[in-house]
Design a protein around this ligand. Structure first.
Ligand code: SAM
Length: 236
C-alpha cells in the first residue's frame, strides 16, 4: 500500500504523518464500530485524542487484542518503543495483575544504520531526534496504572533489571534494524511457550524486516504477517 513505505516514514512523525494516520484511523475505526466491542473502539479513539499516536485504528486494535489474548498466561508484558505512551495505554487496559515493562530512550530514535536505508537521515542530518517524548510525560499520562515500570536508555543496555523475568507479550515499535534485532535476541529466550511477540512496521521498514528475517532463519517459529504493517511470532 502506498502509505506503507519508507517514503511515507520520511514524513518523520510530524504533521503530515499524523494527518495521514489520522484519516486512515478515522475510516478504520468507523468500520470497526459496527462489529467490534464499543468500549475498545472508544478506547482507541480516546488515546488518539489524548496523545500523538502512530498506530492506525486496525493496528491499535491488534495491539489490544493480541495482548488481551495473553493475559491468562504467566509472564509479564513488555513494550519497547512507547513514544508518548499511546500503545502502552492500550496494554495497561488489559494488564490485570501482571506487570508492564516500558522501554524507551525517552529522547527519540537512536542512530540508524545502512540496513535502515537512511529512512531517518533527514532528521539525523538536522541533528534532531525523531519521536522524542520525556519519561515524565509518559509517567503522567499512565499515572493511574499501578504495575508499570519504566526503563530509560537505549535497549538492550537498559534491559539488565528484567533479565531474569519471563514474558507472555512483547510489543516492539522501534523502527530500526539494530533495535528490532536487540529485542528479538533478548526477549525470544525469555518468552513463555505460547507467548506472542508483535511488531509494528514490519512491511514498511526495511531494517525491521531484515532483523526478523535474519533472526528467524534458524528458529522453528514462523512469522505471521498481518494486513496492516504488523507481524507476529508465537513462541513454541
Ligand atoms: C515510532 S515510536 C513508537 C510509537 C508508539 N508505540 C506509539 O504508540 O505511538 C518509536 C520509539 O522507539 C524508541 N526506540 C527505538 N529504538 C530504541 C532503542 N534501541 N532503545 C530504546 N528506545 C528505542 C524511540 O525512542 C521512539 O520513542
Amino acid at each position: 500500500m502506498w502509505l506503507h513505505n519508507e517514503r511515507f516514514q520520511r514524513l518523520g512523525g510530524g504533521f503530515g504523518e499524523r494527518l495521514f494516520i489520522g484519516i486512515l484511523s478515522f475510516i478504520e475505526l468507523a468500520m470497526m464500530s459496527g462489529h467490534k466491542e464499543r468500549e475498545v473502539v472508544r478506547l482507541v479513539r480516546r488515546v488518539r485524542r489524548e496523545r500523538r499516536f502512530l498506530l492506525t485504528g486496525f493496528e491499535a486494535f491488534h495491539v489490544y487484542s493480541f495482548a488481551r489474548s495473553c493475559n491468562q498466561m504467566d509472564g509479564d508484558f513488555v513494550e519497547v518503543g512507547c513514544y508518548e505512551g499511546g500503545s502502552a495505554r492500550l496494554l495497561c487496559e488489559v494488564l490485570g495483575n501482571r506487570s508492564l515493562h516500558l522501554f524507551d530512550t525517552f529522547e527519540g530514535l537512536p542512530k540508524s544504520t545502512e540496513k535502515d536505508r537512511s529512512v531517518y537521515s533527514k532528521s539525523e542530518k538536522k541533528n534532531k531526534k525523531q519521536y522524542a517524548c520525556s519519561l515524565e510525560s509518559v509517567q503522567t499520562y499512565l499515572k493511574d496504572y499501578k504495575n508499570v515500570s519504566y526503563y530509560k536508555g537505549i535497549f538492550p543496555d537498559s534491559a539488565a533489571p528484567v533479565e531474569n523475568m519471563k514474558f507472555s507479550f512483547v510489543h516492539m515499535d522501534v523502527d530500526l534494524y539494530e533495535s528490532t534485532k536487540a529485542c528479538l535476541e533478548f526477549f525470544y529466550p525469555r518468552m513463555i511457550p505460547g507467548g506472542i511477540m508483535l511488531s509494528h512496521d514490519y512491511s514498511m521498514l526495511a531494517g525491521v524486516k531484515s532483523a526478523f528475517f535474519e533472526f528467524l532463519e534458524n528458529k522453528p517459529e514462523k512469522l505471521v504477517e498481518l494486513s496492516t504493517t504488523q507481524c507476529f511470532v508465537v513462541k513454541s
